[in-house]
Design a protein around this ligand. Structure first.
Ligand code: 5GP
Ligand code: ZN
Length: 153
């Protein structure tokens, strides 16, 4: 029996890269994932890794596919760090426009970092006041309990 077709969006630039319709500088390919160099790197060696199947956001990714992509991250991180001589890496997934996502095919950024590079980090961070921390814990736990695919749920 033939495998069901992985989801694909004909308008998605990353689907076009996955299917070889536009070029990309690929560094790793598996049956379910592809990694290639970002065309506008934050620093040289900036790499993207994504599932071949089109899913817009991390929250829509099937667990097994998320696990497969995640399983490739340690080796890819070691390779990017060794190849670039980076002091460190930022591994980031931008989810949604407000979070900086511009291409709606979920992808992880692996960004080489150097001690004196010009990248702005850290982000500004705030404080919880009163019982806000506990209330937030309650709300997130409630959502996790409500979802059938919650870890341990
Ligand atoms: P996002 O902002 O969605 O998290 O990241 C999208 C990334 O894809 C950006 O860093 C951008 O430079 C990169 N990008 C956009 N178009 C292309 C392309 O055609 N080829 C490659 N290799 N990278 C791209
Ligand atoms: Zn896509």
């Amino acid at each position: 029996m033939s495998q069901p077709q992985a989801p694909q969006d004909p308008h998605c630039i990353f689907c076009k890269i996955v299917h070889g319709q536009i070029p990309a500088t690929k560094v790793l390919e598996t049956s379910q994932a592809v990694a290639f160099l970002d065309i506008h790197p934050v620093n040289p060696g900036h790499t993207l890794i994504l599932p071949r199947a089109h899913h817009a956001h991390l929250g829509e990714l099937p667990d097994d596919l998320a696990a497969h992509v995640a399983s490739l991250l340690p080796r890819l991180c070691r390779a990017v760090r060794a190849a670039t001589g980076a002091d460190g890496l930022n591994v980031i997934v931008n989810n949604g426009r407000s979070a900086g996502q511009t291409i709606d095919h979920v992808h992880w950024h692996i960004i080489p970092r150097f001690r004196d590079d010009a990248v702005n980090w850290p982000w500004p961070q705030g404080e919880y006041v009163g019982d806000e921390l506990g209330q937030m814990q309650f709300r997130i736990e409630q959502e996790l309990r409500a979802s059938s695919d919650a870890v341990g749920g």
